[in-house]
Design a protein around this ligand. Sequence first.
Ligand code: URA
Length: 215
Amino acid sequence: MSCPTPSVPALDCDLCPRLVEFRLENKAKFPDFFNAPVPSFGPIEAEVLVVGLAPGLKGANCTGRPFTGDYAGDLLYPTLKTFGFATGTYGGTAEDGFELQNCRITNAVRCVPPQNKTTGAEEKACRPFLIDEMKAMTNLKAIVALGGVGHNAVIQTLGLKKSQWKFGHNMRHEMADDLPILFDSYHCSRYNTNTGRLTEEMFHDVFRSVCEELK
Ligand code: URA
């Protein structure tokens, strides 16, 4: 069955004044960067959706593809390949020919935030795009939320209470019969991997759980 096309923010989206100001600064400083809301990557027909936080300044905001050129992508993309969710060789650019298989990646907030930190208002303003994305993914069976912001964005997108569905690494949340299963992972950020909060093995455990779910 083919899936509808989800709505996406305009390239000059003006919903978040702080993010617009940052975008304009970055356009002046880095004119060759993408500098716009970064679109989701991967087939809309996929059964798996990975929800990140927001583009990194010199990574996804530069290349225009989620996690591409970001430190976090160096763990995420090879992991997706290991578990059969990608083909090709990840090269850190949007032109590397790397393709996602049965998996799509999006961010809770589509524009790069200053200091990698989004605000509650920005997460709320961007939520309609995540709602639409999840509605359009009519084959969706599993969601991987990276970090607490990704987790809360999914919970709120589904109209559920944050107090009832708490974040926990490699936790499996079965929220209702007609909803996809949510898996949580610590974000694969440089900070989390450098401090040992998240190891490669721990990250792989999450995708192993997802594969079990799809069987
Ligand atoms: N790059 C993204 O696109 N998303 C993240 O969450 C982190 C880096």
